[in-house]
Design a binder for this molecule. Structure first.
Ligand code: KIV
Ligand code: ZN
Length: 538
């Protein structure tokens, strides 16, 4: 459901949100997702009401092709597109990957800066013009939604850039993107580039101008907003600002800046802002990211008023120190939502209010786990529910699952863990001792799984207050040059730790299968996705 002031698709003037969490975001180390996870994120992007989802770079790997294909079939509202170079084989793969989309698109790019032409591409400016014309017209023979990006636009010669944009428009591009690929631009300069192109480029008024910024100098959001002030009507961004190096433009910051300072920008996006917080949490849980407490909009402290003078002001009148309302971005009010007497109907309703699609989860299992949690905890908060559902979602497509865990420890003896896992449906047990209870448990899991990865990172977070709170564990493990994240949530920290490691090992297996050229078909089955046609060769 959109907000009351949300523009409709028919509005003449609004800022399109092009979400590239699944492509530019996922490209950064530690942010990789498997096909099933991407589909879950894409469904949340659809609930957010983003205009465009960049689902991957189809020609880059069979896994990416599969992700774009599955996302294209899973969502109906937003345009789904694949990135593509100006090469024939890339364009064919991209077109095939979005074949099943209700609203298919393609995003073609080629660098335009002299530094990229000379050192990376070994192409002349003439070569670039020819390649752009060929690639864009080729794609337009098949699709209407064709975007062209001038990679490293912000470090390109403006006169040449204007020529490239003119050629792309002549060849049929509907959207032209001017990326600040290296995060080098500053707002005034980036805004002026848009003003210049809109004035000099032939056909500039027929297309949508798009901004795509990286955050190397911490200016991605400011640069994107400067582009909007100079006529850009599409912003390319990611949830939580994930992406290469310092990240991409953060979706939630741009959307809320447009909304909060509408007096300055005069244009809005069509995003349902109440889905922002659930989206941020879902992504963070999926990739094992810890969101800094001070992160605007979605960080734990974003709406917390600690200083006495501020608290006093907010109590007297909210607007003294608050420029946005937490409920407008979907932050749960941390109130008691349900108890042990709550029925299934109330449970489903609350999930829907929190932005969770009950059809995307095993409801029976989630409800049983909710009841078990009610028995353990006196109060169950919205965030507990989101963590519980996240855990249920994670376990659906797994080949490794926790069946039993016993840990014994005393201050005089070494902790010992006995673990039973279901490995592809068969129960296997092992015991081990370790430096602490978590270590003992991890050693036992390694024995059963037959792999000992390096534990790169391990962190515990209490989801809500109190000693009975759900604990959320995130870990990052690497093995055989593959790095994967894992998450687990449980009221017992050792169990949450075990679930996090098991989640990481499941992802490791999927990545190993993809690397070996096998498609993890069990994921498609688990998520009711169409099975591969077998045509995904990159
Ligand atoms: O940063 C960049 O230039 C890109 C392009 C491929 C659009 O991600
Ligand atoms: Zn980028």
């Amino acid at each position: 459901m959109a907000n009351a002031s949300t523009p409709t698709a028919e509005s003449a003037d609004y800022v399109r949100i092009f979400d590239t969490t699944l492509r530019d975001g996922e490209q950064s180390p530690g942010c990789t997702m498997n096909v099933a996870e991407k589909v879950v994120i894409a469904r949340q992007l659809e609930r957010l009401n983003v205009d465009i989802i960049e689902a991957g770079f189809a020609a880059s790997s069979p896994g990416d092709f599969e992700s774009v294909r599955c996302v294209a079939q899973a969502v109906r509202g937003p345009v789904v597109l694949s990135l593509s170079r100006t090469r024939e084989e890339d364009i064919e793969q991209a077109l095939r990957s979005v074949d099943g989309a209700a609203r298919p698109g393609i995003h073609i790019f080629l660098a335009t800066s002299d530094i990229h032409l000379k050192y990376k591409l070994q192409m002349t400016r003439e070569d670039v013009l020819t390649a752009v014309t060929w690639a864009v017209s080729r794609a337009r023979q098949h699709l209407d939604h064709v975007e062209f990006s001038c990679e490293d636009a912000s470090r390109s010669d403006w006169e040449f850039l204007a020529k490239v944009c003119t050629e792309a428009i002549r060849a049929g591009a509907r959207i032209v993107n001017l990326p600040d690929t290296t995060g080098h631009a500053i707002p005034q300069e980036y805004g002026r580039m848009f003003a210049y192109m809109r004035e000099k480029v032939e056909g500039a008024e027929q297309i949508i101008w798009s901004a795509h910024c990286h955050n190397d100098l911490g200016l991605a959001v400011a640069n994107s907003l400067a582009a909007v002030q100079n006529g850009a009507r599409q912003v390319e961004c990611t949830i939580n600002g994930i992406g290469e190096r310092a990240g991409n433009t953060s979706m939630e910051e741009v959307v809320m800046a447009l909304r909060t300072r509408r007096d300055q920008f005069g244009v809005l996006s069509r995003v349902d802002t109440r889905q922002i917080y659930p989206a941020s949490r879902l992504l963070a849980q999926t990739i094992g990211q810890v969101i800094p407490a001070t992160k605007p909009i979605v960080g734990d402290n974003a709406f917390a008023h600690e200083a006495g003078i501020h608290q006093d002001g907010v109590l007297k009148h909210r607007l003294t120190y608050e420029i946005m309302k937490p409920e407008d971005v979907g932050i749960p009010s941390n109130k008691l939502v349900l108890g042990k007497h709550s029925g299934r109907h109330a449970f489903v309703n609350r999930l829907k209010e929190l932005g969770v699609d009950p059809e995307a989860i095993d409801l029976k299992r989630a409800f049983t786990e909710f009841k078990a949690l009610c028995d353990k905890k006196k109060v169950v908060y919205d965030e507990d529910l989101l963590a519980l559902v996240g855990e249920e979602v994670r376990q659906r497509s797994d080949f490794l699952a926790l069946a039993d865990l016993r840990v014994t420890a005393s201050s005089k003896t070494m902790p010992c863990a006995e673990v039973t896992l279901r490995v592809d449906g068969v129960e296997r047990s092992a015991s081990a001792s370790g430096d602490g209870m978590v270590d003992a448990c991890y050693q036992a899991i390694y024995r059963i799984a037959g792999v000992t990865p390096t534990l790169e990172r391990y962190s515990v977070k209490s989801i809500t207050g109190g000693t009975d709170a759900l604990g959320e564990v995130s870990c990052l493990v690497s093995h055989d040059e593959i790095t994967v994240a894992g998450q687990g949530a449980h009221s017992d920290i050792v169990t949450a730790s075990a679930l996090a490691l098991i989640n990481a090992l499941n992802r490791l297996r999927v990545r190993q299968e993809l690397r070996a050229g096998r498609k993890p078909q069990h994921l498609a089955a688990a998520w009711d996705l169409p099975k591969s046609s077998g045509s995904a060769k990159a």
